[in-house]
Design a protein around this ligand. Structure first.
Ligand code: CA
Length: 400
């Protein structure tokens, strides 16, 4: 499995609602396209672009297939990190960092994002540009998804934005390719992200995130800078906690200054005191209380504006650290840990609901509400309240 399919599978799992008997849209594609053209014209897309891009357009069945996939399993933290930040990836990242040093230093100075983080995003998004040119025609893919209706409104807006990019002359129609969901170029920008954040760094009049590394790096840095990235801060760090640490504190929602965490017994992984910096942090235990613990800072939250997965944001930070010679994590969590399948996650949510907790909707997707419900369940039974979804917790609640 190449990195792209891993990433797509994973991001699918995080951002989509599984299709339980997906909405059938009987509106024939050509009639739909006619209506869409009227809307696009009203929104200022030129007739030439509409004629070029939409004439003879057909839906792409493969795009629907990929959108309908339902993940059987989520990855454990260990599985995810071993795929995303392995020795091969670290070595390639270091080579890319050194090869692109001059450009990265320039972009970094202008936007305030350190070079190693830009390389991290580049590596995770497209394996350092290897997958930047994309496979699917973006207009066709987005029109397919917009017509399909399951997330029609979202993709209709992406399609309008894709046409706006063509209107701006940033890329030819034939070269405007991307993922099945319309993510484009070196950093996999969707069209709305492109229009809001892509920049023409080399000044040739085109914002070319597909083939021009200058534009691509600057665009990514511009996005991060606008998401609150601070060039003089790290993303966070691995930490250790005392045996009596209260894991109800391990949540993105709980923010404390470093001094507050120090007072709760949190230390650097080597046992030294936390830095005396004026930084607000949250503590995360992505593999549960037996796995690694992290204090995360503002740049981690900026990363989550790029991709809302905590695992993704941890991989970005960790890869950046390894690239510049920082050590490996003390642990990736237990080797024999298994993640819950989709069906087991649904089961856990149902059982929590039946037991009087509120895990949110029973949809097989473990979000913060489900984690909070697990935490309350654990707390009520004298277990370590880390909120971690696991087979153990499922067996426990089944045995009640
Ligand atoms: Ca340019």
């Amino acid at each position: 499995m190449n990195i792209k399919s891993v990433f797509l599978a994973f991001s699918f799992l995080l951002i989509t609602i599984p299709s339980q008997g997906a909405m059938a849209d009987n509106h024939p594609f050509n009639a739909w396209l006619g209506d869409f053209k009227i809307e696009a014209t009203k929104k200022g897309i030129s007739k030439k672009t509409l004629d070029d891009a939409l004439t003879g357009l057909k839906p792409i069945p493969r795009v629907i297939e990929l959108d309908r996939r339902q993940p059987e399993f989520t990855l454990t933290f260990r599985d995810y990190m071993e795929r995303m930040v392995n020795d091969r990836r670290i070595a390639k990242a270091q080579a890319m960092l050194s090869k692109n040093r001059k450009l990265l230093n320039e972009v970094s100075k202008k936007y305030g994002v350190q070079p190693q983080y830009l390389i991290s995003f580049w590596g995770l998004e497209t394996d350092f540009g290897r997958l930047a040119s994309g496979y699917f025609p973006v207009v066709g893919a987005l029109a397919t998804l917009a017509h399909d209706g399951r997330r029609g409104k979202f993709f209709r807006n992406q399609l309008i934005n894709a046409l706006r990019i063509l209107d701006g002359g940033h890329i030819d129609l034939a070269r405007m390719k991307g993922s099945w969901a319309g993510a484009m170029g070196h950093f996999q920008f969707i069209p709305t992200t492109f229009n809001a954040y892509a920049v023409d760094y080399d000044g040739d009049g085109k914002r070319d995130i597909w083939t021009n590394k200058k534009d691509a790096f600057a665009s990514a840095a511009n996005f991060l800078s606008n998401s609150g990235w601070k060039g003089d801060e790290i993303w966070g760090r691995e930490v250790r906690v005392g045996d009596d640490f209260d894991f109800t504190n391990a949540s993105l929602k709980i923010k404390k200054p470093l001094a507050g965490w120090q007072a709760l017994g949190v230390r650097r992984i080597d046992g030294r005191n936390l830095p005396k910096a004026d930084v607000v942090a949250s503590l995360l235990a992505p593999a549960g209380h037996v796995g690694p613990k992290f204090l995360i800072y503002g740049n981690f939250r900026s990363t989550m504006r790029w991709n809302q997965s905590q695992f993704y944001a941890l991989a970005i930070g960790y890869l950046a650290d390894r690239m510049v010679g920082k050590g490996a994590l003390s642990t990736l969590g237990p080797r024999d840990a298994k993640s819950l399948s989709f069906v087991q996650s649904e089961q856990l949510q149902q059982l929590l609901t039946d037991a009087g907790y509120d895990p949110g909707s029973v949809d097989g997707i473990i979000g913060s509400k489900t984690k909070d419900a697990i935490r309350s369940y654990q707390k009520d039974r004298g277990m370590v309240p880390d909120g971690h979804p696991s087979l153990e917790i499922l067996s426990h609640i089944k045995g009640q």
